[in-house]
Design a binder for this molecule. Structure first.
Ligand code: S3P
Length: 435
């Protein structure tokens, strides 16, 4: 079993190259595989989750050739996938399984999607329900909407669906199915969630109707099917969810100065910057071209003293993957940090509320777990501890960063899961500490 062993360190002064965005890497491989013609992808995140998507799309008939680090040439299928030989293995990746459910719903094939132990416990009912309403046939072999899932696709009817949870994966699955249904499919999201599917489908030539968002933050997205995707070249920017670990580390350590070029600055993902700025962090980030399909730019963060904040409501979907590291920021801040409306954390790769609260407490922080979040009384000195990461990459990385602020040694067990989203995290951590 691999471990991270971390000590407290001095100010962090570095330029850090952030690997490609995970959400966009998945979508680039899927959309290029559905398109007519040959696409090139650069900056692709070669981590286990996104490589699961590449092998899934290969098994469904796309020809995908790796031409260099993070570089792939994809010969699309013009929207006609082929019957896979054997199971489609989604590994640890919820995005692969949920988005693929939407894609497979319209295909006249039978596919069995499987996942690892963690994915096999995650709720797929949220995509099965609307896709079944559209006409696809799903069997949950795990029972109660859990994987393995057998999909028998076919002719779909369009759907108007008001999502009960703010989930970009559910939104994407329905829109992807809607591409191949005759007529208008629309989704209403209860709060704005990451919009990579909308932006990238448009890049691949799809016509979408994007609503403005009402006073309660609800937004409608619609498309008329059937529509075809056209091949294009796509450059994946750096992942702000990976940059988040260094944003917190450098924000909370006085004397730090970290620059990260080429990071995605899509406004549905930059909530981490707004939250940290509200906590007193000194962060600057300006997209080089705000009108780009997927804006990106350089982020600079200079160390300061953080103070507590409240993270809740419509902001939650924007920072959903960053909440573990934001909870660590809360423990390092003066005053109280409250996270609420974040029940979704309980059904991520692990129950992230229980995992974060338990680990922070083991390091001496004062944390109260609530049903949909936690309350952190910041400013209590942290001490080293032996911690589990529950096979969850973001828990492993968040607590490696916490260890940089603790007295004594922090050991995190089972960190091989970091390879699902940020395989070079350990090497960057070593280089940041040794400078
Ligand atoms: C993702 C959406 C989010 C996020 C996940 C990636 C995506 O999940 O937590 O890491 O790429 O669409 P939900 O849609 O379940 O909120």
């Amino acid at each position: 079993m691999k471990t991270f062993s971390v000590h407290s360190c001095g100010p962090i002064r570095a330029e850090i190259l952030i690997p490609g965005d995970k959400s966009m890497s998945h979508r680039s491989a899927m959309f290029a595989s559905l398109a007519q013609g040959c696409s090139t992808i650069t900056g692709f995140l070669e981590a286990e989750d996104c490589l699961s998507t590449i092998s899934a799309m290969r098994s469904l008939g796309a020809r995908i050739e790796r031409t260099g680090t993070g570089a792939f040439v994809v010969e699309g299928t013009s929207g006609q996938l082929s019957q896979p030989v054997g199971d489609v293995d989604c590994g640890n990746s919820g995005t692969t399984m949920r988005l693929l459910s939407g894609i497979l719903a319209s295909q006249p094939i039978r596919a069995r999607m499987i996942g690892d132990a963690s994915l096999s416990k995650r709720p797929m009912g949220r995509v099965i329900k609307p896709l079944t309403e559209m006409g696809a046939c799903f069997t949950s072999e795990g029972g109660d909407g859990k994987p393995p899932l057998v999909v028998e696709g076919g002719k779909l009817s369009p759907l108007c669906y008001e999502m009960p949870v703010a989930s970009a994966q559910v939104k994407s699955a329905i829109l992807l199915a809607g591409l191949y249904a005759e007529g208008e499919t629309s989704v209403i999201e209860p709060a704005v969630c990451r919009d990579h599917t909308e932006r990238m489908l448009q890049e691949f030539g799809v016509q979408l109707e994007l609503g403005e968002g009402d006073s309660q933050g609800r937004r409608r997205i619609a498309l008329k099917g059937p529509q075809k995707l056209k091949a294009r070249d796509f450059a994946v920017p750096g992942d702000i969810s990976s940059a988040a670990f260094w944003l917190v580390a450098a924000s909370a350590k006085q004397g730090s100065d970290v620059t990260m070029p080429g990071v995605g600055l899509n406004p549905t993902r930059t909530g981490i910057i707004s939250v940290l700025q509200r906590m007193g962090a000194n962060i600057t980030a300006h997209p080089a071209d705000p009108k780009a399909a997927e804006p990106l730019g350089t982020i600079r963060v200079v160390g300061s003293q953080l103070h507590g904040t409240v993270i809740e409501g419509a902001e939650i979907p924007n920072v959903i993957d960053e909440l573990p590291i934001l909870a660590v920021a809360g423990a390092l801040a003066h005053g109280t940090t409250i996270i609420r409306d974040a029940k979704e954390l309980r059904v991520k790769e692990t129950d992230r509320i229980a995992a974060v609260a338990g680990n922070l407490r083991a390091m001496g922080a004062n944390v109260t777990e609530t049903e949909d979040g936690m309350v952190i009384e910041g400013g209590h000195p942290l001490h080293g501890a032996h911690l589990e990461c529950f096979h969850d990459h973001r828990i492993a990385m968040a607590f490696a960063i916490a260890g940089l602020f603790a007295e004594g040694k922090t050991v995190i067990e089972g960190v091989e899961c970091v390879a699902t989203s940020y395989p070079t995290f350990g090497a960057t951590l070593d280089s940041v500490i040794s400078h």
